[in-house]
Design a protein around this ligand. Sequence first.
Ligand code: SAM
Length: 239
Amino acid sequence: MNRILFERSEIDGGVARFGGARARHVIDVLHGEVGQTLKTGEIDGPVGVSRIISVGDGEVAVEICHCEEALASWFDLVLAPPRPRAMKRLLPQLASLGVGRIVLVGAKKVEKDFWGATLLKEENWRPLFVDGLMQAGTTEMPALETRRNFARFVREELDAMFPSANRVVAHPYCGGAPAAERRAGRLLLAVGPEGGWTDAELELLEERGFSRFSLGKRILKTDTAVIALAAKLNKEEQQ
Ligand code: SAM
């Protein structure tokens, strides 16, 4: 936890009181004492520091001073989801890396029972994103949506949801434009299911302006691929 985050509803009159994992971190790891300052922030709001005003009984209270803008997200993701266990590992890391909006799509080779996963309930994915944001020290909560009909989503909704022309579909072995040739603008990345994209899906994405991009001949698990792609496609000015 590099920055402790609060929901807006937890802040009252400039003070936040909290227990649970965040308080244990302050007490056991940071050895927090009254007067000490902590790096803190407000979900979907600014960041800054807070001063501890009380510690005890597994609870901490801090006086908040948040006046810096948090880092903004810089890419969006169309993801044909892997199994829920891999998704659980991936979601906090996506929040840390700076994703803004994720659309989980029903590509042909996505396991059908994925759509019944409890992970798709907001009360289950939101805390994973909060962990990732606290790790990265920023606050913008990613949006997570699902579209089971891949072709309809790509044909009818994608352009309005993601106006940027900088669209990349990740696919092994296909080569990839050198960095200098990649288009400017916010990145929209499409990553395929565990069984890979079908030819028809790749063609449909290409019709919508996506360029194929490969990380090389090694086929990576979805979570490894997404993290490597985000690192590789991040532009220097955003680092
Ligand atoms: N058997 C599948 C195939 O050959 O496409 C493997 C799919 S991989 C587990 C899941 C997704 O991760 C792929 O659809 C692709 O989007 C991404 N991926 C994995 N390895 C990659 C690589 N070397 N380059 C680009 N994307 C990759």
